[in-house]
Structure formats: structure tokens, C-alpha cells
Design a protein around this ligand. Structure first.
Ligand SMILES: [Zn+2]
Ligand SMILES: [Zn+2]
Length: 1017
């Protein structure tokens, strides 16, 4: 027989059979055909369909949907099961429509349809009376249990309705048999009803796993899903028979039933399978939305006008390259693709959204002319064939980074329509590490044992990774003494590897389809996607490619967000007119900065290792940055030192051949880029760029037989190009060595331009740069940026009632933003912004957390550290002050006077660090303490040098340096001060400029409490 009712692991953690295994089982049992009917989900179908076709098994595509009386009624939890099988492409598309509506409009606990929808979309579909949870069977169950004839009539009327919709040849009475007595009773009624209506019966087995011995495994998976354990499951199947049975097993299952009936039920499965057409579910050809009726002409016109506006229309090199690219684009039928991407970029540009293309797209002159990519590919020697190669037809792929990706996503939806745009899925399979933990839990293996074992396991999800699995088994065996179950549990986890644990959303990939999404595959309505996007396609990345669908990677890049804001700020404050496009990339200040390691926020070179490397390199051209970004990878790291030595002329360079010299000159004889390999292949052996790129790709895969085959072709080509065989041989060896390591120059060039532009902003507008950087950096970087900004001479002002939510520039300093203060929630900003002073804060009855945050961030004391200390000792009291209508003026009446001491300063510094992520004014705080102690005439400092002398009256005096500034101590003062020495921390008072009047030595170690006036005087 043919099995028509099967669930796969796409019925997440309900089904246990992988599509591959189901097909394998079908082959084993000699089934020419088999169905997939997951629960309200059709995500498994592309995979199932492919395996079936590959194994010459005819796939029957179906779904087991949930049925409500009214799918829009979201208060009545009704969901009968209904089995639907597609006869043909029309039926398949109707199934997609039904599941789509069920997800979007009918979702109430589960995606549901109703009779009206079934009626509307019934064409091309076969259906049955269903499993035990179907409408007919539930009515019959009610009848059996209550004897209420009305229920029987309801069942009868449902059958009549479906027969009317589907016709007798497409509606079957489904018989299943499990260890459920009621089911057998229902079946007796069904058999009578089949006779009454003249319908055929069909046998199915509600398979949730493939083999009989998967039963326990499947039960374990159910426990994982329901969070229960095998010893006490929340939900269990009636028996162990929910697998794909062979014919004899099926006959045995229906023992006691009439033989003719069994025969008929089995024959029906063949009849249904015969009714099902074979059809493709993947569309033919690439599915790119039509951007224009005349895409090729439009593309040519756009490029030519761009050539003219850049003054290149008569430049032969550019004209030839353009014609070459346009011819290939036309031949490959990708003009619409370029127009779509150019439109996105134009929208971004018009809305001052910064963007940058990653990857090989920068190799295209067309992309550059359309303002999609930034580097001029001819200037930087970037190759079109690295991007689009006529020998290797692939959908072009330009990944774009944006400063505001959500705005772009919204634009895509507005431009193409919400039914045409979706995000892409990821399906994570179970891995041995996590899987073992899951199975250990449901098997009651003690948590600490499971945890200990899991920590030792390799992180693999590949069921064919024998090394990892053998190791896992060995580890499990070692624990047998602690928990006898462990080896068996490990086997369960191994067996479950790869079954889908959960579905997810791909971070950046966005589908744009020419026909509505529902025409292509299963997708669901989902909240929390990128802005404006309503749907999640259940195709994953690989399937999107196989379906030939257009995918655009829309990524967010924090660097671009920082740059966009910085440019805005610089233009406003300095009356400049910078745009992303006109920021310098070859400015002296850039290279001066890159020779240091002071590179906060500078794109790609901020990390410790690479900032060291670039400062040693001291680049003087963008090309040097491109090379470094390409070389700074584990496989090529070693070449950086050689590159630098050759760049600085410390080491000589020799070339094998003048043609090679032309290509490798810019990298001092080192093969850095894939493009160089391609160019050498083509210029020495006469391959076209397209052919050369194919050979490079082939060598890069490091397959010896392919390398050998191409070697002959290369040597041959060199011979006819008059390149000596010994040179050709040597160059070939180099190529083979480097082809695997070479980097995509197009990608590095796009990135290097960003490096240069960010360096320009950092070098010339560091106040604005740090402000924007602080607003968008990762939490863990903030403290470093704050400290470095201060080291770079920027003063950071503590938060105040003038503060905005973000860091802002105030009096040429960075004013701390409220969002940077710990424990201040977003809702607090509004309240705080309305306050103007301590009085306001105290009289508005602030929450204790907020009050403390304001206090320790230094917002309540106007820089008076002694006041801060006093307030900090009275927080509870302050909170109650609303009642008293207290204002600052009469604080003294209620709050004890307190002298701040060193420990107090320590404490406040510690709190400042906690609330602001840094201490803003270490020295200022100290000074304030000393002011409190000695009065405001005193300054604070350290004696850095001391020179005792004699004056003209031969009296002792001294020159002293405080913080490296020279002061004079005349003899009258020196008499009292001769005990001072170098490195003393002091408070000092000057009479006139640089003439010391008094010095007090501060203790080196902060004294214990109390440190008060009386101790000093
Ligand atoms: Zn069911
Ligand atoms: Zn089912």
C-alpha cells in the first residue's frame, strides 16, 4: 500500500521522521509513492519533494490542517483535524493558500481554516473523513458515548457536505486502527456510513515516526516538547504503532475487520496515488520582480548618463568595460536585478541613509555607475567576473549594509507590496550537546551528571561525524557507574541528531518575489520581523537559491549609523558639507592617524592585533589598507611582516616575469587577492577573465585531480604566449599555493574605503566622533571610549538636567547622556527632563532608584562633592521630603551636617563608576576634598622635582615643580617647608604667580576615618 498520512520532524517536536528517512522507508517497502502531511505546516515539502524525486518515489504533497466552525472566531477553541492531499499543482497551490490563511487569519492556538475556505479552495484536492480528531469522528464518538442521534446526524451531514464539495472520487472514509477501543467503535460506524453514501474506505496509519523502534524516541521527543519526563509524560500516544508499517503489519493492525474491506482500503491508497500528478514545485528560471518593461534599455540609459556625468563617456577603457558588463547582464537576464538594487540605494541616498555594499559586487562598473558600490572598479583593479561569471550562472548577490535598515525594509514593503516580501527561515537541527541534555532530562538522569557530560561533548550536529559520536559514546560509557542509563540516553541523542529542534529567522535575508509569496511556498504571518515585513517564508537560504528567488541581504552596520550622525553633527557645527560620498579617503590626517593605535571606532582596524599591524605598516595609500584587511587572517597573517618590510624598502622584491610584475607590483610581489590569481592566469596563459576565474575557483577547492588537469591547460597557454616553461611552472606552483588563501579584493576595497572615511572623521572631528561613538557602541566598549576620549583631551561633563537621552556636545565638551546612567529607565528620562534643579527633584517625589541614580551620577549637587556626600547619607529622608515641601535652602534644618572624608570620596567614586561606567573627575574630587579642608585658595598637585638653592643673601630657598610646572619657594617660606620632598602629594597656595605661599603635605595613604579639620590644623 501507499502511506498517505505521515508526519515529519517539521511538525516540530511532534513528528520524529526526517524527510530523508521517510523516503528511504518508502523505497524499502517498495512504495512507488508516499505522502507528507504535517500539521498545518508545509515547510517540509521542498525537502521531501527533492528527496522523493531523487529516489524516484512520487511525492504526494499534503497537509493535516486544523478546522474550526469559523476560522475568524478567536474565542472558540475548536480545531478538528482534516487531511488534505494535492492532486496536482492547482491543488498544491490551494493547500499553500489554505495554510497561509490559517496562519494569518485563523490563528487561535493553532492555524485554522473553516468549511467556507475549504469550499473556496477545494479544487485539485483529495480529502478524507480524517483521523480520530476529525469532525466526523468526534461527532461519532459523541454519539457512541451518549447515544444522542443528533450527533450521528451531524456526522452524516458533514460527510454529505464534503461529498458535495469534493465529489465521491476525491472524498474517502479514512480508517485508522490503534489501541483505542473507541476508535474501533467509530470505525464500525464509518464503515456503515461509507456503505450508505457509496464511498470507498482508505487505510492509513497516522505515522509520527518511521520505524517501530523509534517509538520510545518519539515519546522522548514529545516529553522534550511538553517539558515532562518519560516516567511522567504529560502526553503520550496510545501505543507504539505510529510508524510506517509494511502491508502485513497493516493487515495485522486491522485484524478482525472484513478482508474485502481491508483489501478495498489498501487498493484505495493506490487509486489515490494514481490520481496525483507529478509536478514541479520550484518555479522555472530566476524569479526577479519586473522593475521595468524594458529593463535592458533602462539599464543602458542609466549607465550612459552616469558615464557622462562622470566625464567618462569617451574613455575607451570605461566604455569597453561597460559594454562588456552590459552584454553579460543582458545575456544572463539580470537587468531587473540591478535596477531593483539601484532603486534601493537611490532611496537610501535621497533619505540620507548611509549604505555600503559588501562582497564581490564592487567588481562591477555597472554597480559603481548606479551608485550601488563605492570603489571605482577600474581604479582599484576589481574584476567583474568575480561577481558575475557567464560560465557560472548564479543569481547575483549584493549584500548591503545600511545605517537605518528598518527604514529600508519598510521601503521594500511599500515598493513591492507586503504579499511579495518575506524574511527567510533557518531550521536548527538537534545537536549532540544540547540533544543529550534534552534526552537526559526526560530520562531523569541527574542534572549535574548530564551537565558534566554535556560539557565534554563536541559541538556537532552532523549524524555522520563518526569521530565525535564515538567519543560521545566513550564518554557516556565512563558514566555508566554513576547512572546506568547514560549510554542508552546517549544513543537516543545520537539518533535524534539533525531532527528539527526549532525554526528561526535568518538575520538579514529578505525575499522579494514577482508573484505573491503564496504562489511559491509555505510562509507564515509573524510579528517582530524587520520593520514593515509581515511574513516569514519557511524556505531556508539554500532553498531560496534552489527556487531561484531574489534575496537581498539588508544588514545594519553600526559604523554607518555612527558615521551618518557624525557627518550631520560636523556639518552643523563646522558649517561643512560632508556627505558619505565626499568624505576624503586619501587625506594626510588619515594616514597620520593610522600610524598610531589611537583608533577608536575606526572601521575594521580597531582591534588590538590589527591596530598594531596597521600602525607598524604606516599606510600612505588606500591600497595599503586594502592589502592589510585582506592579509589579516589566520592563513595569511605571516605575510604581513614581509609586506611591511617591502613597503618600507627594507626587503627587495623579485618577480618571475614582467607580466607577473604588472599584477603583483601593488602588493610587492605577494599574491594577496583572488583577482591577482585570476589576472595572472589570464595574462600568462591567455584565458578569458571568465575562464580564469573558473580555474581559480577550481584550484581553490584543492582537489588534486582538478589542479592537475588545469596545470596542463596553463602550461599549454603559457607556451603559446611565449612564457618559458620553467617560469610557467614556478608561477603555477605559486598560484596553486595562493589560490586557496587569496582574498576577495572587491570586498576588502569596499571595507578599506570605510576604514579611511572613519579614520578621517576620527582624526579631524574627534569631539563629534566620540559623541556618536558613545551613543552607539556596545556596552562593554563604553568605558574604554570614555577613558580614551579623555586621554584625547576631550572633557566629559557629568550628566545634568541639561542632558539629553544621548551623549551630546555642550560647550565643546561631551555632556553625559541620561541613557548612559545606570538604573535610569527610558520612562525616567521624560520626568527628569522636566526637572531643573535639586528642589524640583526633591519636591517631585521621585522613586528611590531614580533619586539614587541622579544623586550618584552627580546631578543633584552642582559639582559640590560635599553636598553629594551629605545627600547620599540621607536618601531615605530625601525621599520623604515631598511631604515636608522641603527645598535646598532649608536642608540644614533637617539634615545633619557632615564633613566629607577620603573614604567618602572613595565611596562616591565607586558609585560614580557604577552609575556612569567611569569616574569623571578623580582629581577634581580630590581637589574638592582639599578645598573643603583647606579652603578654596589651595590647589592640588604632586611635587615632580625639587631643587634646594641659596638666594643672594645666602639663605636657603628652593625651586619646586608641581605637576611639572616650576614654582619658587623663597627663604621665608622654605624655613617652614624644608621637610617637603619629591613625589609628595600637596595642597598649595600661591602668593603671586608661581611664588609659593604655603604647602600642606597630603598623606600618601588615605587615612582611616575620621579625617577632619582638626587633624590638619
Ligand atoms: Zn490527526
Ligand atoms: Zn495525523
Amino acid at each position: 500500500m501507499i502511506h498517505l498520512h505521515n508526519h515529519s520532524d517539521y511538525s516540530l517536536l511532534d513528528g520524529f521522521g526526517k524527510c530523508k528517512k521517510i523516503i528511504k522507508r518508502a523505497k524499502e517497502l517498495g512504495m512507488s509513492s508516499i505522502a507528507l502531511t504535517d500539521h498545518a505546516i508545509m515547510s517540509g515539502i521542498p525537502e521531501f519533494h527533492q528527496y522523493a524525486i531523487d529516489n524516484k518515489v512520487k511525492p504526494i504533497l499534503g497537509v493535516e490542517l486544523y478546522l474550526a466552525y469559523d476560522h475568524t472566531n478567536h474565542s472558540e477553541d475548536v480545531r478538528y483535524h482534516i487531511l488534505l492531499l494535492a492532486k496536482n499543482k492547482t491543488g498544491y497551490n490551494n493547500l499553500l493558500r489554505l495554510t497561509n490563511i490559517a496562519n494569518k487569519e485563523g490563528f487561535y492556538y493553532k492555524p485554522r481554516v473553516d468549511l467556507a475556505l475549504i469550499k473556496q479552495y477545494h479544487e485539485g484536492i483529495i480529502t478524507t473523513s480524517g483521523c480520530m480528531a476529525s469532525q466526523v469522528n468526534q461527532y461519532l464518538l459523541n454519539f457512541i458515548q451518549s447515544g444522542d442521534l443528533a450527533e450521528y446526524d451531524k456526522a452524516k451531514s458533514v460527510i454529505a457536505t464534503y461529498v458535495e464539495i469534493f465529489g465521491k472520487d476525491s472524498y474517502y472514509i479514512e480508517l485508522q486502527e490503534h489501541n483505542i477501543p473507541e476508535l474501533t467503535q467509530i470505525n464500525q460506524q464509518l464503515i456503515q456510513l461509507a456503505k450508505y453514501f457509496g464511498l470507498k474506505c482508505v487505510l492509513t496509519n497516522d505515522s509520527h515516526y518511521v520505524y517501530a523502534n523509534d517509538a520510545r524516541q518519539h515519546q522522548a521527543v514529545l516529553c522534550i516538547q511538553t517539558g515532562s519526563t518519560l516516567s511522567n509524560p504529560t502526553f503520550a500516544f496510545s501505543d507504539d504503532g505510529y510508524y510506517i508499517k509494511d502491508d502485513n503489519e497493516m493487515i495485522a493492525t486491522f485484524a478482525g475487520y472484513d478482508n474485502d474491506l481491508i483489501n478495498e482500503g489498501m487498493m484505495s491508497t493506490y487509486k489515490i496515488a494514481e490520481m496525483v500528478d507529478e509536478y514541479a514545485i520550484k518555479p522555472e528560471g530566476y524569479q526577479i520582480p519586473k522593475f521595468s518593461e524594458t529593463p535592458n534599455e533602462d539599464l543602458v540609459a542609466l549607465c550612459q548618463s552616469a558615464m557622462a556625468s562622470r566625464g567618462l563617456q569617451n574613455n575607451k577603457i570605461y566604455v569597453d568595460r561597460l559594454n562588456h558588463e552590459l552584454a553579460i547582464i543582458k545575456q544572463m537576464n539580470f537587468a531587473d536585478y540591478f535596477l531593483i538594487i539601484a532603486d534601493l540605494c537611490a532611496y537610501a541616498k535621497n533619505n540620507k541613509i548611509l549604505f555600503n555594499a559588501r562582497g564581490s559586487g564592487a567588481g562591477s562598473l555597472v554597480s559603481w555607475l548606479l551608485n550601488i558600490t563605492a570603489p571605482n572598479p577600474i581604479q582599484y583593479g576589481l574584476l567583474f567576473e568575480r561577481f558575475l561569471n557567464p560560465h557560472r550562472v548564479n543569481m547575483p548577490d549584493i549584500d548591503l549594509d545600511f545605517s537605518e535598515r528598518h527604514t529600508i525594509c519598510q521601503y521594500i514593503v511599500n515598493r513591492y507590496g507586503s504579499e511579495y516580501v518575506a524574511q527567510i527561515s533557518t531550521f536548527a537541527g538537534m545537536k549532540i550537546k544540547g540533544g543529550f541534555k534534552d534526552f537526559a532530562r526526560v530520562n531523569d538522569v541527574p542534572f549535574n551528571v548530564a551537565n558534566e557530560i554535556s560539557k565534554q561533548l563536541m559541538s556537532t550536529g552532523n549524524p555522520d561525524d563518526d569521530i565525535a559520536l564515538d567519543e560521545a559514546r566513550a564518554i557516556a560509557k565512563g558514566y555508566q557507574a554513576k547512572s546506568a542509563l547514560v549510554p542508552e540516553v546517549m544513543e537516543q541523542a545520537i539518533k535524534a541528531m539533525g531532527i528539527i529542534r526549532q525554526g528561526g529567522v535568518h538575520a538579514a535575508g529578505i525575499l522579494i518575489t514577482p508573484k505573491p509569496l503564496v504562489e511559491y511556498s509555505h510562509h507564515i504571518h509573524k510579528k517582530d520581523l524587520l520593520k514593515g515585513i509581515e511574513y516569514l517564508s519557511h524556505l531556508d537560504m539554500k532553498q531560496v537559491e534552489e527556487f531561484g528567488l531574489l534575496k537581498v541581504d539588508v544588514l545594519g552596520l553600526e559604523t554607518l549609523t555612527i558615521m551618518a550622525e557624525c557627518i550631520k553633527l560636523v556639518n552643523a557645527r563646522h558649517n561643512k558639507n560632508y556627505t558619505f560620498g565626499n568624505l576624503p579617503i586619501e587625506h594626510e590626517s588619515i594616514f597620520k592617524l593610522l600610524a598610531t593605535t589611537n583608533l577608536d571606532g575606526v572601521f575594521q582596524v580597531e582591534g588590538q592585533g590589527i591596530s598594531q599591524a596597521i600602525s607598524k605598516m604606516k599606510p600612505s595609500k588606500v591600497e595599503h589598507i586594502i592589502a592589510l584587511l585582506s592579509l589579516y587572517r589566520p592563513a595569511t597573517m605571516n605575510y604581513i611582516a614581509t609586506f611591511i618590510d617591502r613597503l618600507h624598502g627594507v626587503e627587495d622584491v623579485a618577480y618571475d616575469h614582467p607580466l607577473v610584475e604588472n599584477i603583483l607590483k601593488e602588493t610587492f610581489g605577494i599574491m594577496v587577492y583572488q583577482e591577482q590569481v585570476t589576472q595572472i592566469l589570464s595574462s600568462l596563459a591567455g584565458f578569458t577573465t571568465g575562464e580564469a576565474d573558473m580555474i581559480r575557483r577550481a584550484i581553490g577547492k584543492k582537489k588534486p585531480e582538478i589542479i592537475l588537469a588545469n596545470r596542463g591547460k596553463f602550461l599549454e597557454g603559457c607556451k603559446s604566449n611565449n612564457v618559458s616553461q620553467s617560469v610557467a611552472q614556478k608561477v603555477w606552483d605559486d598560484i596553486v599555493f595562493f589560490a586557496g588563501y587569496g582574498f576577495n579584493k572587491s570586498h576588502s576595497t569596499s571595507y578599506a574605503l570605510l576604514t579611511a572615511k572613519t579614520a578621517y572623521l576620527k582624526a579631524n572631528y574627534q569631539l563629534e566622533w566620540y559623541t556618536c561613538l558613545l551613543n552607539h557602541c556596545k556596552k562593554e566598549d563604553k568605558q574604554r571610549y570614555l577613558t580614551n576620549a579623555q586621554k584625547n583631551g576631550i572633557k566629559i561633563l557629568p550628566p545634568s538636567f541639561n542632558s539629553q537621552e544621548l551623549f551630546t556636545i555642550h560647550d565643546d565638551c561631551i555632556l553625559f547622556g541620561l541613557a548612559g546612567v545606570k538604573h535610569l529607565g527610558k520612562s525616567a528620562y521624560k520626568t527628569i527632563r522636566k526637572l531643573g534643579s535639586l528642589e524640583d527633584a526633591l519636591s517631585s517625589g521621585l522613586d528611590k532608584r531614580i533619586l539614587e541614580a541622579l544623586l550618584y551620577a552627580g546631578m543633584l549637587d552642582n559639582g559640590d562633592i560635599a553636598l553629594r556626600y551629605r545627600l547620599s547619607k540621607n536618601v531615605e529622608f530625601l525621599q520623604a521630603t515631598k511631604k515636608f515641601g522641603l527645598i535646598q535652602g532649608n536642608l540644614d534644618l533637617f539634615m545633619p551636617m557632615l564633613d566629607i572624608d577620603y573614604e567618602g570620596v572613595d565611596y562616591l567614586e565607586k558609585m560614580e563608576l557604577e552609575y556612569l561606567g567611569m569616574t569623571l573627575q578623580d582629581n577634581d574630587l580630590m581637589l574638592q576634598v582639599n578645598n573643603t579642608i583647606y579652603g578654596e585658595d589651595y590647589q592640588y598637585g604632586k611635587i615632580t622635582k625639587l631643587e634646594p638653592r641659596f638666594d643672594k643673601n645666602n639663605n636657603q630657598m628652593a625651586f619646586i615643580w608641581i605637576n611639572d610646572e616650576r614654582f619658587v619657594v623663597f627663604s621665608r617660606q622654605w624655613l617652614k617647608l624644608s621637610h617637603i620632598k619629591q613625589d609628595d602629594h600637596i595642597a598649595f597656595k600661591t602668593a603671586k604667580e608661581n611664588i609659593i605661599e604655603d604647602i600642606k603635605i597630603l598623606p600618601l595613604v588615605r587615612p582611616p576615618l575620621p579625617f577632619s579639620y582638626s587633624m590638619v590644623e
